[in-house]
Design a protein around this ligand. Structure first.
Ligand code: HAM
Length: 431
């Protein structure tokens, strides 16, 4: 019986791998173009790391491993707790600002659905040590650059931006004590997924009074920063107004970075993870048909809660699954092109060792070289050479080989052939 891959995971055959590598190289390039340095951590972390730092939603989604030794472990579902742990362990010696990125495999025990799998790849970009919206603007801009490099533009994607500290100021002005704010965010985060009546029920369950509920509803119905400013003013909420000004600053910085056309204010973005403090954002397909491609925000208190010194921080995670769906929908695929330069053919099985000698010499030159593993019929093997997409076929055998150990170099697009000695071939005169 054939064995399938585990539920909600993917096999990457070479075709799929080509897409994954192409996506990852766009992510690498966008990170490096903005001065970010790569980092990585272990695929396993202690269960405790997530129990303490990520919030209930992530803990429910952990693939945990019952302890074989002294520690309960979990497969990493996200990178931010690992990042915080590693930063805190070397906090005093790391030059600031810290601009790090990583691309890696994550696992979450989720009910598989469109855009959500149990294993996915995620690109993380984080800036630590910079207060104020300039770092938020930088990470958002890098996320958009990564998507631009894959051919997605403002006609395909938009970044939806909000602020938890602004929400917190407004909730306080609505008479809701700070302890209850996380519960309000958790319900607000479900607004897109559940019908309004159910959302009201959930709000009522956290114990909001009818006046508070009315205010929460009014807040979450706002459409623009202007509406928000007016409401903060109407409620006489100085802190709220200051938070709106910070959001305005973030939007202005994103305009300076040339990203204005992508940016939308969206009061509905609260983010599910517990550690976010102020600006939060998600990138969506413009038609709003898919789940978030990317999510992130500022998490200024995480280093302290991990036992480190206070350190401002912000960043994002972008997964490959929803992004892959959008690329397919837009019919955007990795550029084709040959994966090898030369295909070496032994025209008889006895000449295989000689052919391998040519292969070795060409590879030493840095050329990408494949060969016919069996040797044999010239025309059949030339057909195979064409299928590989190689630029040239190098034929070992025939009278040229017997008389002067010369090979025939065939240009596979023009079909022009030249006879040339191996030394001349590897000295580059025939390429
Ligand atoms: P997150 O919103 O949990 O944030 O995940 C970010 C992105 O990872 C999502 O928008 C989605 O593209 C992808 N993703 C998450 N779960 C799955 C899944 N089960 N299947 C497929 N794709 C998935 C975080 O992970 C934060 N740690 C991001 C961050 C970094 N915040 C600051 N720095």
């Amino acid at each position: 019986m054939k064995i399938a891959a585990p539920k909600y995971t993917r096999d990457f055959y070479p075709d799929q791998m080509r897409t994954r590598e192409w996506v990852e190289s766009a992510w690498h390039e966008a990170s490096r173009a903005a001065g970010f340095q790569p980092w990585d951590g272990p695929i396993l972390e202690t269960l405790d790391l997530y129990k303490r730092k990520s919030g209930d939603e992530i803990v429910e989604q952990l693939f945990n491993i019952a302890s074989k030794g002294s520690q309960d472990l979990a497969v990493r579902p996200e990178m931010t707790p690992s990042l915080a742990r590693m930063i805190v362990n070397k906090q005093s010696s790391l030059p600031r600002p810290i601009k790090w990125y990583t691309i890696g495999r994550m696992c979450r025990y989720e009910r598989g659905q469109r855009g959500r799998l149990r294993e996915f790849w995620q690109w993380n970009v984080d800036v630590l040590g910079i207060e104020g919206p300039v770092a938020d603007a930088e990470v958002i801009s890098v996320a958009l650059d990564g998507l631009n490099r894959l051919g997605l533009t403002q006609d395909d994607i938009a970044v939806h931006i909000n602020s938890r500290s602004m929400l917190s100021a407004m909730l306080s002005a609505a008479g809701i004590v700070e302890d209850r704010h996380p519960a309000v965010y958790a319900v607000a985060d479900k607004r897109a997924k559940l019908p309004p009546a159910e959302i009201d029920n959930l709000f009522a369950k956290i114990g909001l009074s009818s006046d508070q509920l009315a205010k929460v509803k009014e807040l979450f119905s706002l459409q623009s920063r202007t509406d928000l400013r007016l409401l903060a003013d109407f409620w006489g909420n100085e802190k709220g107004l200051a938070e709106v000004a910070l959001l305005d600053e973030l939007f202005a910085l994103l305009s300076s970075l040339g990203k204005e056309a992508y940016c939308r204010f969206d009061i509905g973005i609260v983010r599910g993870l517990a550690y976010y403090t102020s600006p939060v954002f998600e990138i969506f397909d413009i038609k709003g048909e898919l789940r978030a491609i990317c999510g992130g925000g500022r998490y200024d208190r995480l280093m302290e809660t991990m036992g480190g010194q206070p350190m401002p921080a912000c960043g994002f995670g972008m997964g490959d699954v929803v992004l892959g769906e959008l690329l397919t929908e837009r019919k955007i695929a990795p550029p084709g092109g040959p994966t090898i330069d030369d295909y070496v053919i032994a025209t008889s099985p006895q000449l295989l060792a000689d052919a391998l000698h040519v292969v070795g010499r060409l590879r030493q030159l840095g050329r990408r070289v494949d060969f016919s593993p069996k040797g044999g019929n010239r025309d059949k093997l030339l057909k195979r050479a064409v299928e590989t997409g190689a630029q040239r076929a190098i034929l070992v055998g025939g009278p040229e080989w017997d008389s002067s150990r010369a090979v025939v170099v065939r240009d596979l697009s023009t079909r022009a052939e030249a006879t040339i000695s191996i030394d001349a071939l590897v000295s580059g005169s025939a390429s």
